[in-house]
Design a protein around this ligand. Structure first.
Ligand code: AMP
Length: 427
């Protein structure tokens, strides 16, 4: 066989069959955000890479190993490298400051949808180009916004029909109380150093908390009796976390504490969370996560601004929707398909097409010489709800047959009443 071009490693096409799932997920997210007064923002796919090294941290996997960087051409005045965005938060924080949103009425609530890029080792559910839905809330330090973040992610998942999900949460404190915990943890880990994986040995000094996150079994075993951060939180962090949990409880959001949860990124403070699917009562894939990041806006040169947000991974959610056979509305589809038989009927059908189009009905009509049977097959393929059929006899009487394609019932109607009847049935 002749060699043909293939997509690059770790990226893929999303074909028409899969699109109804993506569209349902996108539309659901949009409607959840809109109902909560969250505005859409689109940020570039390409940023100066320093925003990620600064925000996410050079010692994290995303920046250390996982960023696609592009070298600028010599004639570009900026000497920095560009990076394809590996996540959304850093770009939205940059946009918040750059566009003067700090002077807008606070809180400023923004959402985004789109592709992210990470140089991950491709495997099932892990791609080099993947899609996220994200929310960021700026300017509110209260637990209400932590709750709102978790609740909106939860609502999106519920509304698309994923019920077996759970929120794992933890608090990783603030710059006042965290250093105390980190030095306690460091001391503890130094004693276990011989049992840790090579990455974790380096993490003890560079990124201590991340040792808790390591998925290697020997590391998890060696650190099973690790000190718990919740015990060293300052009173402010403690009450903030308690308030968040109370709101989750009050609204019936299923959650559990995970005292090892620290999330991979450097910028988090206080609440962190991850949303996972559960099956047979065990934790499965992470569908998304987020947390509070009260220091990031000031790290980027803005005035100190509290903030919290999350990102959901759309690819994994869509896979889960398919596995769970979630019922999704048909993609687009047409409302009405006009079928005709014979030359006179073609002209009459065109007239009906014009009338319905003027009424903004989503109508399909292409004059063809196909049999009625194959035109009906096409209407079914287009997922039309109504077929309007015009034969020579109907055309002569200025009538048409209106057929309900799901009930397979039909009746004759004068053309002048057709638009009114179609609109009534589509309501
Ligand atoms: P993160 O930004 O790392 O917190 O990831 C949030 C969510 O994005 C994860 O829970 C995944 O569902 C999804 N995600 C992260 N990395 C990938 C990837 N390489 N491929 C597909 N989905 C991903």
């Amino acid at each position: 066989m002749k060699n043909t071009y293939q997509s690059a490693r770790g990226v893929r096409d999303i074909l028409p069959d899969e699109q109804p799932y993506w569209q349902f997920l996108r539309r659901t997210a949009e409607s959840v955000f809109e109902a909560l007064g969250v505005s859409r923002i689109d940020i570039p796919h390409l940023e100066n890479s320093e925003i990620y090294t600064k925000a996410i941290g050079e010692s994290t996997d995303i920046v250390g190993k996982g960023m696609f960087t592009l070298v600028n051409r010599g004639d570009d005045e900026a000497k920095n490298t560009y990076a394809l965005r590996p996540e959304g938060t850093a770009g939205v924080v940059r946009a918040y400051i750059q566009n003067g949103m700090q002077s807008w009425p606070q809180p400023v609530k923004l959402y985004y949808l789109g592709a992210m890029f990470r140089y991950d080792r491709p495997q099932k559910g892990r791609y080099r180009e993947f899609y996220q839905i994200g929310l960021e809330i700026f300017g509110d330090s209260s637990a209400k916004s932590d709750f709102l973040s978790i609740m909106s992610a939860w609502q999106i998942l519920k509304k698309i029909g994923l019920n077996d999900v759970i929120v794992y949460t933890n608090s990783i404190g603030c710059p006042k109380c965290r250093p105390k915990y980190v030095s306690k943890l460091k001391k503890y880990l130094k004693n276990k150093e011989g049992k840790l994986c090579p990455d974790c040995k380096l993490r003890i000094d560079k990124n201590t908390l991340r040792v808790l996150d390591c998925k290697e079994e020997p590391c998890q075993k060696a650190t099973s009796d690790t000190p718990v951060i919740l015990d060293t939180l300052c009173p402010e962090c403690k009450s903030h976390f308690q308030n968040t949990l109370e709101l989750l409880e009050y609204f019936g959001i299923r959650y559990d504490l995970d005292t090892r949860l620290v999330r991979g990124l450097d910028y988090y403070t206080k609440t962190v969370f991850e949303i996972c699917e559960v099956s047979d009562k065990t934790r499965q894939n992470s569908l998304g996560g987020g947390g509070r990041y009260d220091e990031l806006v000031s790290m980027f040169g803005g005035a100190k601004t509290p903030a919290v947000g999350f990102a959901l991974g759309m690819d994994r959610i869509v896979t889960l929707m398919q596995e769970n056979k979630v019922d999704v509305p048909a993609n687009g589809g047409v409302d009405v398909c006009i079928l005709q038989l014979g030359e006179k009927a073609k002209a009459a059908a065109k007239k009906i097409y014009d009338i319905l189009s003027d009424e903004s009905v989503n109508v399909y009509f292409v004059p063809s010489n196909d049999t009625l049977h194959s035109q009906l097959r096409l209407a079914a393929k287009l997922k039309a709800r109504i077929a309007i059929i015009v034969g020579q006899t109907e055309a002569m009487k200025d009538e048409a047959i209106i057929r309900d394609l799901s009930a397979s019932s039909q009746e004759n109607l004068p053309v002048k009443y057709l638009a009114e009847e179609v609109l009534k049935r589509l309501q």
